[in-house]
Design a binder for this molecule. Structure first.
Ligand SMILES: Nc1nc2c(c(=O)[nH]1)N[C@@H](CN(C=O)c1ccc(C(=O)N[C@@H](CCC(=O)O)C(=O)O)cc1)CN2
Length: 282
């Protein structure tokens, strides 16, 4: 048996086409959405991600405001750029690309929560906990959207999330246990005693540990959906958490690259468009 592909790259193309139509409607109403990014330093991965985000925006009619700062930039200098984007009416929303090497909680907290296209501001994470509407974190909501668009049943599923990081694991657990998703979630981490026992029981596995090949075919339930969110660079190549042997056992696998990564970008675009549409309704 070979698993079917949860194709994030193709799904990103579909979502971009849908969003391009909504951007066109916004423009007819006199609103041009704009994405701002703040990038600190020379990390090649971060430069690629930011470049890809602006290319996506250009393709669907969203304007770009790019602020690239040197690795020597101080906390105060980055905060001054955040203040500038908070005040810029041409900037619908913006993000600070991680990692920055600075106090990221302080940077995130300084972003106007109404412009937080990453959905990671403490106010917006609080809204997620409370079940209130607001921008949602891009990678976890992208993982859910990838499952939905491939008709993988989430309601009632036993989901094992491996990794408790702030950008993926923790918010994903909150999202999947909302009434609208109705999954049962087990959040595994480095303190989990028997990871294999949990994974064997899962209908859906989301691997976001950043440990190459940690999920192997022998611990996956036949037919399960396995999402590979972990990103490690081995010899400069993107390497995920899911071992190749999983493809012979699972029903669905998201490859890495071309799985959840592109969905992160799709959900970022969706957050920008939603904030712009909200401004029209206000
Ligand atoms: N402010 C943020 N910083 C970071 C986030 C985030 O959501 N907000 N997440 C990650 C990086 N990330 C988004 O910024 C991201 C990850 C992956 C992809 C992507 O499209 N990946 C491609 C392949 C990329 C490659 O070859 O290197 C894929 O998976 O096919 C886009 C964005 C950390 N920082």
């Amino acid at each position: 048996m070979t698993a079917q592909t949860l194709d994030g790259a193709a799904t990103l193309r579909t979502i971009k086409a849908e969003l391009a139509q909504r951007v066109a409607v916004l423009k007819e109403q006199g609103v041009v959405p704009g994405l701002g990014t703040v990038l600190v330093g020379d990390d090649p991965g971060s430069h690629w991600y930011v470049g890809a985000k602006h290319k996506d925006c250009a393709e669907i009619g969203i304007t770009s405001i790019r602020r690239d700062l040197p690795a020597t930039a101080s906390q105060a200098e980055v905060e001054a750029v955040i203040d500038e984007l908070n005040a810029d009416d041409a900037c619908t929303g913006f993000l600070v690309q991680q990692p920055t090497g600075l106090d990221e909680f302080a940077l995130l907290s300084r972003v106007d929560p109404d412009k937080d296209v990453d959905g990671l501001h403490p106010t917006n994470l609080g809204k997620l906990v409370l079940g209130e509407s607001g921008p949602l974190p891009c990678t976890p909501v992208g993982a859910i959207e990838l499952l939905r668009r491939h008709d993988v049943e989430i309601a009632g599923a036993e989901v094992v999330v491996v990794g408790r990081g702030l950008t993926v694991g923790r918010p994903l657990g909150l999202l999947l246990t909302r009434r609208s998703e109705n999954a049962t979630v087990t959040l595994c981490h480095t303190g989990t005693r028997d990871l294999a026992a949990h994974v064997r029981n899962a209908d859906i596995v989301v691997a976001a540990a950043g440990v190459p090949g940690i999920i192997t075919g022998d611990i996956v339930k036949p037919g399960a959906a396995v999402l590979d969110v972990g990103v490690s660079r081995v010899d400069g190549k993107v390497t995920g958490d899911v071992h190749a042997s999983v493809w012979d056992v699972a029903g669905w696998v998201s490859p890495n690259p071309k799985g959840v990564g592109p969905m992160t970008r799709a959900m970022l675009l969706s957050n920008i468009v939603e904030i712009a549409e909200k401004s029209v309704r206000a």
